[in-house]
Design a protein around this ligand. Structure first.
Ligand code: PHE
Ligand code: ZN
Length: 876
């Protein structure tokens, strides 16, 4: 196979031909679907009249091609695996093509495929070229008319973008529906669905008075899982009007749930297609965290209608233009709808573990990458989550009102266009009069900046001097880094824990201010400081950086109790716990007995025993830093020490504070009818954190609580929390009956079986790997379904670190086996799954060698471009 080649941002050329209107006709059949395309094409101004027309087409079988009704002769065009080239074309013309596809054998789940018999499409980023010959790039925008023809019995429902304009019956038990989408759009937003579906329907009136019909289409057995998403959709529509002034623009908005789907969901114009796991929910089958995730994803896809669809990306290097902004918008929505501090804590936790890990590994790339081999590999935490942090920094720099003006300007100025990150940032600069030239480096420079802190108090001068320095480590292809503009929000706490008045250069800055760290090193001198303060830095996590600051336990505990910033209170607690865990890890490494520090135990006790003002935050405060987070802090990751220390700390806390946790657990019981609302979720989280500590003690009374909670069967959140505690007990006889009962009860529901898989394979004992192999043969598992793969393999690899990183290398071998199989079936998922094998840099030598061995094994296979790109980066 020829070595795949990279595409560069700097090589961008505008399209030579534009498509003005696209007419598609699908005659659906599992093994031979006919696709006829009629494209109205016009040569772009400035293009030479002899410029060939080159259309993307990924392994398509061409049956017919004609220009203005005239079939082409063999010498007039060329077809390859990747393109259709027509050597000479008129200035304006009609192109007709016909191809034949086999959706039933499409296991990549890109283009047109089948899921449980249902036909559906996934076109972003470059799936449309698997459907028909087309200039498959986001800066070609056309109106679409789509006719879908299908078997009446197998596919009674035929959907596409826009509004239905015509329908009718055809011979041989077939029928058709024609859809028209009046909004010009890139091909990646095209969608079609055909199947035996049922719907729930609702109505929404926009602020401008448009009556919109809302539909959620699912397989019949899932109708009772649609209500929550419908409510979330209506909330999203209202919120986008109120917060961003954005109104919906069609008379119909549809969501379809599909079981086989590579990602969470897709924002196709007027016809969002969702992974069923990202939309279906009810109290019996779905845990609280999932309800919240669904609400966020429904909002995210809906918000794309403006940030992505109306204003789209010029090319795929600009992916963060739509994704970073839209994630920021959905974060803001979720934080308005639920607990704002908890939402921030969760988002930062994800960023600081998974995104920071990406930034320090071989696949590190800027928020706006400058080259790629396979664009599907760039739907990453860096583009999405760091991309959102960059927009958040802009919002904080400008202030909400000005940011909103910039957002309005952006939508007005670029409506109907395909634009670049610069266009967005320029709007923000224009409305604020800020110079954002240096800020743009956040988009082009990869890696996580480290900010180190030095401070000095001068009692005589009554000054407090903060010296902040920044350094971004080298990343592949970027050895030298320029200083970024880092907004450091901060305050100074006095002896009572109150915020001091901040005075710099005789200027008052209130009690919390933003320091602009825009050079390698900068000093900030605070005046009139009566005594040495405790600094609270990076409030609200004001920039996506690693803060290197040495605070004592006393200072951390002080911040944890007094900081006026909720996020920093939580973070101080995490830092304090981290210190404790590091001490335990050192003891473990030296073969000493691990002993939990009294001061730490008492700190936790006071949290458990003091009535909580915010239960949701308390549940977060009581959760120790995850193994992934601890690993991120280490130069050499000691897998075993991290796991043993953390497990020991939890067990000791559970045992020492048993009565306190028991009181908390009992106190937070409730018989209220289940609702996935803020107060109830907070209460359940707190109760289930308490249950986890109780069970960690290993005492039989604790498992009795878990068993009772499991058997009460009140809602999936409580059932699953109890099941997890039982299934993770060292003695398998404690968990086995519950595992069996759960598996039998839910055998008919794949999304619940995913939870059953995940619970078992995250078991922190040595038998976990055998459990994975065993469950891979379970009838409910299928390697072809991405949700099953993520639940069973993904959970094991990412949530069961000690066992994935087993010293005998069996965990790595297992993952490589799976990747090799997936590489043939579904390259996009394969390339995602292989990532943990590329994070070997900071592991011990034995594990590094074992990982490399598996990477070499994968490399020896005939690889898809997706997997090739990732593995090649890792091995270079
Ligand atoms: N654009 C989708 C989103 O962020 C994600 C996606 C990408 C889905 C590629 C499918 C394929 O909402
Ligand atoms: Zn998105």
């Amino acid at each position: 196979m020829a070595e795949p080649h990279a595409i560069y941002l700097k090589d961008y050329q505008p399209p030579r031909y534009q498509v003005e209107h696209t007419e598609l006709r699908f005659d659906l059949a599992p093994d031979a679907t006919r696709v006829q395309a009629t494209l109205q094409i016009a040569r772009a101004p400035g293009t030479a009249s002899d410029a060939a027309l080159v259309l993307d087409g990924d392994h398509l079988t061409l049956e017919h091609v004609a220009i203005d009704g005239q079939p082409l002769e063999p010498g007039e065009f060329e077809v390859t695996d990747r393109a259709l080239t027509i050597y000479t074309v008129p200035e304006r013309f009609r192109l007709d093509t016909e191809v034949v596809l086999a959706p039933a054998s499409n296991t990549a789940l890109e283009g047109l495929y089948q899921s449980n018999g249902m036909f559906c499409t996934q076109c972003e980023p470059e799936g449309f070229r698997r459907i028909t010959f087309y200039p498959d790039r986001p800066d070609v925008m056309a109106t679409f008319t789509t006719t879908v023809i299908g078997d009446q019995a197998a596919t009674p429902i035929l959907l596409a973008n826009g509004n239905p304009v015509e329908r009718g019956e055809l011979p041989d038990g077939r029928h058709f529906v024609t859809w028209n989408d009046p909004h010009p759009k890139p091909a990646y937003l095209f969608a079609l669905v055909a199947g035996n579906l049922e719907k729930i329907e609702d109505q929404f009136t926009t602020q401008g008075g448009r009556e919109v019909t809302l539909q959620i289409w699912v397989e019949q057995q899932n109708l009772d899982k649609t209500a929550f998403a419908m409510t979330a959709l209506k909330h999203s529509m209202r919120w986008d009007e109120e917060r961003f002034g954005r109104e919906y623009d069609l008379d119909l908005f549809m969501i379809v749930a599909v079981d086989d789907f590579n990602m969470g969901a897709m924002e196709n114009k007027g016809l969002n297609i969702f992974n069923s796991s990202a939309v279906l929910a009810n109290p019996d089958t779905t845990v609280d965290a999932m309800f919240q995730r669904i609400e966020g994803i429904v909002a995210h896809e809906y918000f794309h209608n403006w940030s992505g669809n109306r204003v789209t990306c010029r090319d795929w290097f600009q992916l963060a233009l739509k994704e970073g902004f839209t994630v920021f918008r959905d974060q803001l929505f979720s934080s308005d709808m639920n607990s704002a501090p908890v939402k921030r804590i969760e988002d930062v936790a994800l960023l600081r573990t998974a995104q920071f890990a990406e930034d320090s590994g071989p696949t590190a790339h800027p928020v706006r990458p400058d080259h790629f081999i396979e664009i599907s590999n760039f739907y990453t935490l860096t583009v999405y989550e760091k991309g959102a942090e960059v927009v958040r920094m802009l919002c904080n720099l400008l202030g909400w009102e000005t940011f909103r003006k910039g957002s309005d300007l952006y939508f007005e100025r670029f409506d109907g266009q395909a634009v670049r990150v610069e266009d967005f940032v320029d709007c923000m600069a224009e409305v604020s009069n800020l110079d954002l030239t240096q800020f743009m480096r956040w988009y082009s420079q990869a890696g996580t900046p480290e900010v180190s802190v030095d401070s000095a108090y001068d009692a005589e001068r009554r000054t407090f001097t903060l010296t902040l320095s920044q350094h971004t480590p080298a990343t592949p292809g970027q050895d030298e880094k320029a200083p970024l503009q880092i907004p450091v929000e901060m305050g100074l706490l006095d002896e009572q824990g109150a915020d001091m008045a901040l005075v710099i250069d005789g200027q008052s800055h209130g009690s919390s201010t933003v320091l602009n760290l825009d050079e390698s090193t900068k000093q900030f001198v605070f005046e009139d400081v009566p005594h040495a303060p405790v600094p609270s830095l990076l409030r609200g996590f004001s920039a996506p950086v690693k803060l290197r600051q040495t605070l004592t336990r006393e200072q951390l505990s002080f911040l944890m109790r007094h900081d006026s910033d909720g996020f920093n209170r939580w973070d101080a607690g995490q830092q304090l716990a981290l210190k404790e865990l590091e001490t335990l890890m050192a003891a473990y490494r030296h073969g000493d007995e691990m002993v939990l520090d009294e001061f730490f135990v008492e700190t936790v006790r006071s949290l458990v025993e003091t009535p909580a003002s915010d239960k949701a935050v308390l549940a977060e405060m009581l959760t120790l830093p995850t193994e992934a987070f601890i690993a991120e802090q280490q130069t050499t990751v000691d897998i075993d020490a991290i796991h043993q220390a953390r497990r020991f700390a939890i067990a000791r806390l559970g045992d020492t504070l048993f009565e306190a946790f028991e009181t908390l657990y009992t106190q937070e019981q409730s018989d209220a009818a289940y609702a996935p609302d803020f107060d109830q979720i907070a209460q359940r989280s707190l109760k289930n954190v308490a249950l986890a500590y109780l069970c960690a003690s290993g005492r039989e009374e604790a498992f009795a609580y878990a068993r009772r909670q499991f058997e009460a069967n009140a809602n999936m959140t409580d059932v699953r929390a109890a099941l997890t505690q039982l299934a993770h007990a060292g003695d398998t006889s404690i968990g086995d009956p519950a595992i069996r009962a759960f598996g039998e009860r839910w055998a008919h529901d794949p999304l619940v079986m995913d939870q059953w898989f995940a619970t078992q394979v995250s078991r922190p004992h040595e038998d976990a790997l055998e459990r994975v192999r065993f469950l891979m043969a379970h009838p409910a598992f299928s390697i072809k379904n991405p949700n099953r793969v993520r639940a069973l393999i993904g959970t094991f690899v990412n949530q069961n670190r000690v066992n994935f990183h087993r010293r005998d290398g069996q965990g790595y071998r297992l993952l490589a086996d799976v990747v090799i199989e997936l590489n043939r079936l579904n390259p996009e998922i394969a390339a995602r799954m292989v990532l943990p094998l590329t994070r070997f840099k900071r592991l011990d030598e034995t594990r590094r060698a074992l990982m490399l061995e598996q990477l070499e094994r994968i490399k020896a296979e005939p690889l898809s471009r997706n997997v090739y790109e990732v593995v090649d980066k890792a091995l270079t």
